[in-house]
Design a protein around this ligand. Structure first.
Ligand SMILES: [Zn+2]
Length: 329
């Protein structure tokens, strides 16, 4: 029993638990944080967390102890009930969502400080500041995330587990435009597009979730499906609002089921590349969708184009609309 308790507390440090419950403590000194006490009403912070000892103490109400004690007090539970409650909360998903939220917010703040990132967005045809902010697009300069998140109290182990940090301790995303991928209220992954010579596309390990922006379009009778996020952004900018993105031509089971969850027409707008891989994937997907009673049409862009390059090279809304209307079964 004693050993289990220690293991539980190691899995979810007190500070991380508090952060997940929206406690906004600030660092004071090397291993201490202070903020408003979640256990009593106060206007001036007197609740201290010592991250080295993994304990709290409040100078206002005089309560103190470890994480289990905190759960007992804050939720009015017995020791055993607190343990059970904690056990269900230390599933990795909870910590992952919280740290991804912080990482995405940090990257979003960085974007405006790096002209090369803005330049890249412009080069890919993305100019609209409102859309950039709506999608919470950010920039990972590299070499700064780890320090930021550990200063906020996130453990090195958690950052490693989530994949934000490499085995050697450096940031996983380096000089990449970052799109947070959401599922409901939670960020489930980050997509990083290299603006330099590094491998173009990167995700963190784990699920990519369902279709990008599905919640926005799930009630649309007609959906334009694209394979890349830069295809998505130029279409949104060109006033197409019924667009979703599959983050590649191979749909995972969740993404496929989303498309099949009601009667609709799906316009598959994959790359028209020389090796035909985009179009082959579109044909296959169209067949699978038809078998489920979904109408699928292939939008044929000019040879060598994807929706992004189509708009970057002066294609306009009207021309793209004509291609959609001429889409093939
Ligand atoms: Zn207190």
């Amino acid at each position: 029993m004693g050993e289990d308790v220690e293991a539980l507390k190691r899995r979810l440090p007190l500070l991380e638990y508090l952060r997940q419950h929206n406690w906004a403590g600030q660092p004071v000194g090397r291993s201490e944080f202070v903020g408003l006490c979640p256990l009593h009403e106060e206007t001036r912070p007197s609740f201290y967390v010592n991250t080295r000892k993994n304990v709290f103490y409040c100078h206002g109400c005089g309560q103190g102890g470890d994480l289990i004690r905190f759960i007992q007090l804050s939720r009015n539970l017995s020791f055993r009930q607190s343990l059970a409650c904690l056990d269900s909360q230390t599933t990795p998903a909870v910590g992952t969502a919280a740290v991804l939220e912080q990482a995405a917010a940090f990257y979003q703040q960085q974007l405006d400080h790096y002209p090369e990132a803005i330049l890249y967005l412009n080069r890919r045809g993305l100019h609209d500041p409102a859309l950039i902010s709506e999608l919470k697009i950010g920039y990972a300069p590299g070499g700064t995330l780890r320090r930021h998140l550990t200063a906020q109290g996130y453990s090195f182990d958690l950052l490693r587990q989530v994949g934000l940090i490499n085995v050697n301790g450096s940031d996983a995303f380096y000089q990449r435009i970052v799109f947070p991928l959401r599922q409901g209220d939670h960020i489930v992954n980050l997509y990083g597009r290299s603006i330099g010579a590094a491998f173009a596309h990167r995700f963190l390990p784990g699920t990519k979730g369902g279709l990008y922006a599905w919640e926005k379009v799930q009630h649309c009778p007609e959906v334009i499906l694209v394979e890349g996020l830069f295809d998505y952004v130029v279409l949104r900018q060109a006033a197409f609002h019924n667009v979703a993105c599959s983050l590649g031509t191979h749909l995972n089971a969740d993404q496929f089921l989303e498309l099949c969850d009601g009667p609709r027409t799906v316009y598959l707008t994959f790359d028209v590349d020389a090796n035909q891989s985009g179009q082959q994937a579109a044909v296959q997907l169209a067949l699978r969708l038809s078998a489920r009673g979904i109408t699928a049409r292939r939008v044929l862009l000019p040879q060598g184009h994807d929706p992004n390059s189509f708009f970057v090279e002066d294609g306009n809304t009207q021309q793209f609309q004509s291609l959609v209307e001429a889409a093939q079964p």
